[in-house]
Design a protein around this ligand. Structure first.
Ligand code: HEC
Ligand SMILES: [Cu+2]
Length: 336
């Protein structure tokens, strides 16, 4: 009973974790054909395992009860050695079960490994950095940071790379995880069946900031995607106010060497995410809620906010410059 009491909080925790489907960080809530295929394989193996466990335990329990030593038992039961029939039965059943498992597994493995382009597909080269994500669209000649925009119902061919250490790309609602390894390109594909925002995470311990290395896959209708891709090329829109214009000057002086906006600036070797559409982010640096207070916190104290990241602190900026910079950054949009 005591053990049961201990197990209860654990089961409550498991139920809570299963509820993660709400933020789409769950493989049990698939939103595209790849994740659906993978979930159905998980289910198939689970059901077969459940059947095996139940049958074995029932036979075990019958044996325990029927053949237990009863009071007054004196004779030793009949000793049996070898049974051809039984041997055949318990060889055939597992072979059949393994075939039921193997056939869909092998078929789906081939489907999942098929990274051939079709007439609609789009390629995205995903480079993982400590501790942020870069999405390059070679067919469109654009680079995006942190948010991976994809058109709905389109096969997305993903090439995984890493600039420093090993990382791992995981968007549970869309596909199983795969590693980003420096010097190697791993390929996979994914597809989203509906418009939506699907959370992703780095799942390979990659340093101090690993636990905050989150990103989003944003699935939008094809026309929205086309607009996004066209406007990401640049040039950036004119700042909407005098304040934003001043902010742009601060940005040009302090930030453009690491962060590209509208195809200008940035540094492929040691820079940060492309900020062309930064004003459309829902989170800053992958995890902080997007608001002015958090943006200022990020700009002044990046190291305290996301440990180990490579953005230098800008705590020396005066109040006016900071205000202007934030106004400018909020206005960086491509879908308006
Ligand atoms: C030495 C290069 C460097 C400079 C200079 C720099 N940054 Fe960064 N910045 C980075 C890196 C690297 C990251 C990614 C940090 C992470 O998440 O690991 C980053 C992240 C960011 C982010 C979060 C981006 C996102 O997609 O959510 C913002 C916003 C940002 N920087 C703004 C600025 C501004 C504004 C300036 C100028 C005042 C600036 N940065 C100067 C390197 C730099
Ligand atoms: Cu990582």
């Amino acid at each position: 009973m005591k053990q049961l009491g201990r197990l209860l909080p654990l089961s409550a925790l498991l139920l809570l974790l299963a509820g993660c489907g709400e933020v789409n960080l769950s493989a049990l809530d698939p939103q595209g054909p790849v994740a659906e295929m993978q979930l159905s394989l998980i289910k198939l193996s689970l059901y077969i395992m459940i059947i095996v466990i139940v049958v074995v335990f029932v036979i075990f329990a019958i044996a325990l009860i029927r053949f237990r030593e009863k009071p007054g038992d004196t004779h030793i039961p009949k000793q049996v050695e070898g049974s051809k029939t039984l041997e055949i039965i318990w060889t055939t059943i597992p072979v059949i079960l393994l075939l039921i498992l193997a056939i869909p597994n092998v078929m789906d493995t081939f489907t999942l490994a098929n990274v051939e382009a079709d007439e609609n597909s789009i390629t995205v080269n995903v480079t993982a950095h400590q501790f942020w994500w870069e999405f390059e669209y070679p067919d469109h000649d654009i680079v995006a940071g942190q948010d991976m925009y994809i058109p709905t119902n389109t096969k997305i061919l993903v090439n995984l790379e890493a600039s420093d250490v090993m990382h791992s790309f995981w968007v549970p609602a869309l596909a199983g995880k795969q590693d980003n390894v420096p010097g190697i390109t791993n390929e996979m594909w994914l597809e989203a069946s509906h418009p939506g925002v699907y959370k992703g995470k780095c799942t390979e311990l990659c340093g101090e900031g690993h636990w905050l290395m989150d990103f989003r896959v944003i699935s939008v209708e094809r026309d929205v995607f086309d607009k996004w891709a066209t406007n990401m090329i640049g040039p950036e829109q004119e700042p909407a106010s005098q304040l934003a214009e001043t902010g742009r000057e601060v940005f040009q002086a302090s930030c453009i060497g690491c962060h590209a906006v509208g195809g200008v600036g940035g540094n492929p070797a040691s820079g940060g995410p492309d900020l062309t559409n930064f004003g459309e982010r829902e989170v800053i640096a992958g995890f902080l809620e997007f608001n002015e207070e958090n943006l200022e916190k990020w700009l002044r104290y990046p190291a305290e906010t996301k440990p180990g990241n490579k953005m230098p602190p800008f705590n020396h900026l005066n109040e006016d410059d900071m205000k202007a910079l934030i106004e400018y950054m909020k206005g960086l949009k491509v879908l308006d």
